[in-house]
Write a protein that binds this ligand. Structure first.
Ligand code: ATP
Length: 367
């Protein structure tokens, strides 16, 4: 069953279409990350799901229930979901237990039941024994865990997390990502996690939705998104890819044939013969004397024990700048030879990735 389903959802602020005809189906129990550049509409989409915004068009269903559109609007508190913000939103004068209990107030439970829920939620986030502290006596990471515990205690089917790690330092973010994965697996709740940080999205989520200008470019697993980008935007945004226009002359056994610098080469891809994009990341090229592709070094920087080199493919005018990892620092302007050992070719005339992926998902979700 789909935990979240929506079709044709739009929300504009004045002339700005923050979310633009979005269709999406998220299977129950998924850890979904919404990823995209600043201003692409991630937070607005989350707020639409939460009921903090009303769609101008389209409908949204949570589980079996339509919560917005089709003449209905269910307010946020009646949607059975939890929200975790980057600001934690904890009451400073209440203890940790008090903060979690506050989230349970609408449930009308006995004191013993409340205590059991609080204990269980604190255990799930690894904060057993901290119930009598106040928020200022906790670290940022611990406060964020309390915010999550407060949501989990209600046992919602869906938890929405809006950049929950934005206020934490890099080291703590890593630890918290692992924690979120563990907690998600233990709680079996559907998580929707908004972030503009692709490493964060790829590390934590089972399914990633890449958004651009209010629309969904692709919804896929992190590895599919990386290896088989559906649009040039995804190819460039995820893993800092480069896109090179090519003309595909043939396709066989999952490999597309095209020529670069007059040499016929192949690369994995799904583009039919015709105009295509060759999507390349640093790992798709290797320095190889006699490798066939001639390039000139533009720049380099030290990264992860080797050198990330930017080079320009000779004689390739459009999109001819590529990246490659080298074990040594090359001189600027140096000629290097590269061989192609990966990449992904997609059609320049393909329908948007969204359409194909969503058709498949919606078909699966309603089957
Ligand atoms: N309440 C509002 N009033 C006017 N414009 C808004 C409002 N909320 C969002 N917008 C605009 O809608 C667009 C999408 O904003 P949104 O906050 O959803 O993007 P985002 O992807 O979450 O960005 P970020 O990563 O920077 O938080 C932006 O152009 C933003 O300026």
């Amino acid at each position: 069953m789909a935990a979240i389903e929506m079709e044709g959802v739009s929300r504009a602020f004045g002339a700005t279409p923050a979310v633009d005809r979005m269709s999406l189906a998220v299977p129950s129990g998924t850890f979904l990350a919404l990823l995209g550049p600043s201003g692409c509409g991630k937070t607005t989409l989350l707020r639409l799901i939460a009921g903090l915004e009303r769609p101008d068009a389209g409908w949204i269903a949570l589980g079996e229930r339509v919560v917005a559109g089709r003449g209905r609007f269910v307010p946020p508190e009646a949607r059975g979901l939890g929200m975790v913000f980057q600001s934690y939103a904890l009451w400073p004068h209440m203890t940790i237990a008090g903060n979690i209990r506050f989230g349970l107030r609408a449930k009308r439970m006995s004191r013993a039941e409340e205590q059991a829920r609080i204990g269980e939620a604190l255990e799930m986030v690894g904060l057993t024994g901290m119930q009598d502290r106040r928020p200022h006596e906790l670290s940022g990471g611990q406060r964020q865990r309390v915010a999550l515990a407060r949501s989990l205690a209600v046992r919602p089917g869906l938890i929405l997390l809006d950049e929950p790690l934005a206020n934490l330092d890099a080291h703590l973010r890593e630890t918290m990502l692992a924690e979120f994965r563990r907690i998600h697996a233990a709680s079996r709740t559907t998580f929707v996690f908004v972030t503009h940080d692709q490493d964060e999205a790829m590390a934590v989520a089972g399914l990633v939705g890449v958004m651009n200008r209010g629309r969904l470019e692709q919804l896929a697993s992190p590895s599919d998104l990386y290896r088989r980008p559906a649009t040039p935007m995804v190819a460039r945004f995820v893993g800092h890819g480069r896109t090179l226009p090519v003309h595909v002359t043939g396709r066989e056994n999952g490999l597309c044939r095209f020529s670069v610098q007059g040499r016929s080469v192949v690369s994995p891809g799904d583009a039919p013969p015709g105009p295509g994009w060759l999507c390349l990341r640093a790992g798709d090229l290797a320095a190889a004397p006699g490798g066939g592709l001639r390039a000139r070094v533009l720049d380099h920087r030290f990264q992860g024990g080797s050198y990330r080199v930017t080079a320009s493919l000779e004689g390739v005018e459009e999109g001819g700048v590529v990246e490659v990892m080298l074990p040594r620092a090359p001189a600027s302007g140096e000629r290097i030879e590269l061989s192609l050992r990966g990449g992904w070719v997609l059609s320049r005339e393909a329908p948007r990735g969204e359409t194909a992926f969503q058709d498949r998902l919606l078909a699966g979700a309603t089957a």
